[in-house]
Design a binder for this molecule. Structure first.
Ligand code: AMP
Ligand code: MG
Length: 402
């Protein structure tokens, strides 16, 4: 039997020579879940002017402790005029601090009299003032290349008045489901047949990773069909993903087809679930090549394989370090486990108790049981020839996007 390939070696081989995809310009409305291809500098101070953090009265701090007549009213969005000393301005949250004022007293702290507003003494300059440029200073970097655009980053871009950004093109993925027994939902199920759970599951995972599934196909268990569809997929996609058909059974046609169209790098991985995992490349007619990832047929194995391999691959194509790196979390195991030559990725649920984060393993870790993936928060990693005892800390891959 050939040596088992360590997970890291397989990943390194998969990522070798992967270059970031080209950049494209898109409107910010469409930028959620995309990755910046170039840094965005700040051109505006945010906030753009000193403004009030409270509803209250703006004044010069040296006038605190006196009764000050109200000289003007400044609502948010209204212009402010210079404030003479000995006066105050009625001001509302977000209102511009008028020239001449340097602090705000909140309205609950004053007494309004017919002569003016009695302001308490000892008001420091800057009190309740949100300084211009406190959030963002013009001329500094706003967001860096490789930034994944989520809610707050989109807000930050809008805060600069930016309407378009340069992002990486989304990786195009072809998803091929092998197996004569696989049937699409909506079709009747014949004897010996099962519905295709991998396809929607992987489509969703890939979409979350920022990729675009441009082709899906069911591949019958025949050498000819496998080869033809893999060829078509290589033309259409940056990454060709198959599920099933990568064992050594006589109905497993993926391996010879990939070898005929390009090359297959690896075969048996030191991991569980998902030992039969194939990584390779497929040549295109016009030159260039598509990356090939052959995931196992078992839905749990293909879920874990997608997390361990497709996510870093998509991360590399998008040049997004945070996506390429798998988030980790350390937890106290409430279970005991040990494993042989294959690293075990156990589906666990995370919880918090008085001592911190704990990992509860699902009882049935069989790779045919997809139900536990629904509730799993993380994959606890039991190293090759390693063990974890109850109460010990265990490294977990946290099934979080970022
Ligand atoms: P294979 O790697 O082709 O031998 O498949 C391994 C197991 O996974 C078999 O029991 C298949 O029926 C099952 N399987 C393969 N592809 C899928 C799929 N797309 N959805 C659900 N189960 C699958
Ligand atoms: Mg099969």
């Amino acid at each position: 039997m050939a040596e088992l390939m360590p997970v890291e070696a397989a990943l390194a081989a998969l990522l070798e020579g992967v270059l970031p995809l080209e950049a494209e310009r898109i409107v910010c409305e469409a930028a959620a879940g995309r990755v910046l291809a170039e840094a965005v500098p700040a051109t505006l101070d945010v906030p753009p002017f000193d403004n009030s953090a409270m509803d209250g009265y703006a004044l010069h701090h040296a006038d605190a402790g006196r009764v000050l007549p109200v000289a003007q009213r400044i609502a948010a969005g209204a212009p402010a005029t210079p404030l003479p000393r000995g006066r105050c301005a009625r001001i509302f949250t977000g209102g511009e601090i008028p020239p001449g004022a340097d602090c705000v007293v909140m309205q609950e702290a004053v007494t309004v009299t017919p002569e003016g507003v009695a302001v308490p003494a000892d008001m420091p300059a800057g009190n309740n003032v949100r300084r211009r440029g406190r959030d963002v200073t013009a001329g500094t970097p706003l967001l860096g290349a490789g930034q994944w655009l989520e809610a707050a980053a989109l807000g930050h871009l809008a805060g600069q008045g930016i309407t378009a950004v340069t992002v990486r093109r989304r990786p195009r993925v072809a998803l091929l489901s092998t197996g004569d027994e696989i049937v699409a939902p909506g079709q009747p199920l014949g004897p010996g047949q099962i519905y295709n759970s991998n396809r929607p599951m992987l489509e969703r995972l890939l979409a979350r990773f920022g990729a675009e599934v441009v082709m899906t196909a069911a591949v019958p268990d025949s050498a000819e069909a496998t080869r033809r569809l893999l060829g078509e997929a290589a033309e259409a996609a940056d990454v060709v993903v198959t599920t099933g058909g990568v064992s050594v059974g006589e109905e497993d046609h993926v391996r010879p087809a990939v070898e005929a169209l390009g090359r297959l790098d690896l075969w048996r991985l030191a991991m569980r679930p998902g030992k039969p995992l194939a990584l390779g490349r497929l040549r295109r007619e016009a030159g260039g090549e598509a990356r090939f990832v052959g995931l196992p047929g078992n839905p749990v194995s293909s879920f874990v394989g997608a997390w361990l391999f497709l996510r870093p691959l998509v991360g590399a194509l998008l040049d997004c370090p945070r996506l390429a790196r798998l988030p980790e979390i350390s937890a106290r195991a409430t279970f005991a486990a040990e494993t042989g030559p294959r690293r075990h990725f156990m589906r666990v649920r995370l919880a918090f108790d008085d001592d911190g984060i704990v990992a509860h393993a699902f009882r049935d870790q069989n790779s045919a049981v997809l139900a536990s993936c629904i509730e799993a928060d993380a994959l606890a990693v039991i190293p090759e020839h390693g063990r974890v005892r109850e109460g010990e800390r265990v490294r977990c891959l946290w099934l979080q996007l970022l």
